[in-house]
Design a protein around this ligand. Structure first.
Ligand code: LMR
Length: 396
């Protein structure tokens, strides 16, 4: 049977990890995968996570199965974190949340859930979007199409074109939106633009699927959830996929959540039964450790404060890196205007250079980024920014 297989190419993002690790260049720089790095290039474990793990070690009493929904306390705290404790959808009991193996697990659960709502639904994603969105929804048997989003020439949003495209989409389909820190472009909707998208979603009747993988990495935990909260207050049906990989630094623990919002509590219970069925068929139950860490943190006022402080350090460092790169490029004589990098949000921006220039940066300078010229801003540091700016100047 295996004779019929043809080899798959390495994942465009994860494949870079191996290449980077094998590179022996003393000044190599990893701007590939979206993971936070401290100024020394290390991805640390947050102090609040370490404390929560100690508490967990001392208080955990069983390893028995947790059930397809995962931990009820985690699910409730994640719902409150995303929507805000006093959100109307929480008060009217319209939200059902399950714990998932990371944000990717949440998206796949959403994919199978959508398939059960409407087997013919088309999922509309921004052009561009996170590369894995397309593969994972197609793997769930969903047709994926794109709507205009990023203007590569002017480094802005194609907002009018996006709105015109969304105005053609009807109630049978699903539109994927990024809550904040758009991956890969770093180009987010403003609050005013969100308001317009929410009104259009309501008018057209399509179901919004919001992916929130970076809550707290843009402007702050509440600010980054603006679109999520406005949308949930306005529409009858919505799906939210959240990740704890970046904001809690729990990458390899694989923890996230998938929330479905229905028009009332009764419909929400039906939706939940379908979610649980989908989970049981996909992976039976989510891992428990990451959820236990998050619920220990969010269940303690003291640890929550510490987490918010640590999150702010990560956010500020990324924003500082953005400004630092723009300044260094200028200082190294680069005439092209890169100031858009400092205006964009979150982990990523496109440098806007050609695939040939990306390849040269990797081959000649051991600087790694995705072929689209997406850079992970956290990989920049005071130590490497000069070498990075000089190398970019050379290939331009
Ligand atoms: C990224 O886009 O680099 C991250 O979301 C990591 C991943 O799984 O691709």
């Amino acid at each position: 049977m295996l004779n019929n297989l043809t080899a798959m190419p390495a994942d465009p993002i994860l494949g870079l990890l191996t290449q980077y690790r094998e590179d022996t260049h003393p000044h190599k720089i990893d701007l590939g995968v979206g993971v936070y790095k401290d100024p020394a290039g290390h991805t640390p474990i947050l102090h609040c996570v370490k404390t929560a793990e100690k508490i967990r070690l001392e208080t955990e009493t069983t390893k028995v199965y947790i059930g397809p929904a995962g931990s009820p306390q985690f699910n409730q705290l994640m719902t409150e974190l995303a929507f805000g404790v006093d959100h109307s959808a929480i008060i009217t009991n319209r939200i059902r949340t399950v714990s998932t193996p990371g944000g990717t697990g949440a998206l796949r659960v959403a994919g199978d859930f959508i398939k059960r709502c409407n087997p013919n639904a088309v999922l509309w994603v921004s052009d561009p979007t996170w590369a894995n969105h397309i593969g994972l929804f197609e793997a769930a048997g969903i047709t994926v199409k794109t709507y205009p989003y990023y203007d590569y020439d002017n480094q802005t949003l194609k907002f009018d074109e996006m709105m015109s495209a969304l105005a053609q989409i009807g109630p049978q389909d699903v539109v994927l939106l990024h809550a904040c820190c758009h991956n890969p472009s770093g180009m987010d909707l403003t609050c005013e633009q969100w308001d317009k998208v929410v009104a259009l979603t309501k008018a057209q009747g399509f179901t919004p699927l919001i992916d929130m993988a970076y809550q707290g990495f843009g402007d702050g935990v509440d600010q980054d959830a603006y679109g999520v909260r406005q949308m949930a207050a306005a529409v009858d049906n919505m799906i939210l996929c959240s990740s704890c990989s970046k904001n809690f630094g729990l990458y390899r623990e694989r923890i996230g959540s998938c929330s479905v919002i229905a028009k009332d509590a009764h419909s929400a219970n039906i939706a939940q039964s379908v979610l649980l069925y989908v989970v049981r068929c996909l992976y039976s139950m989510p891992p428990a450790h990451g959820a236990a860490i998050v619920e220990t943190i969010l269940g303690s006022a003291e640890l929550t404060k510490q987490w918010l402080d640590e999150l702010k350090v990560m956010r500020d460092r990324i924003n500082g890196n953005r400004a630092m790169l723009v300044a260094k490029l200028k200082a190294n004589g680069v005439e092209r205007d890169f100031s858009f990098i400092a205006r964009q949000k979150g982990m990523f921006s496109f440098l806007g250079i050609s695939p040939e220039q990306v390849a040269r940066l990797q081959q000649e300078f051991s600087i790694y980024m995705v072929g689209s010229s997406r850079i992970s801003i956290a990989g920049i540091s005071e130590e490497n920014v000069d070498y990075l700016a000089k190398s970019i100047a050379k290939v331009l």
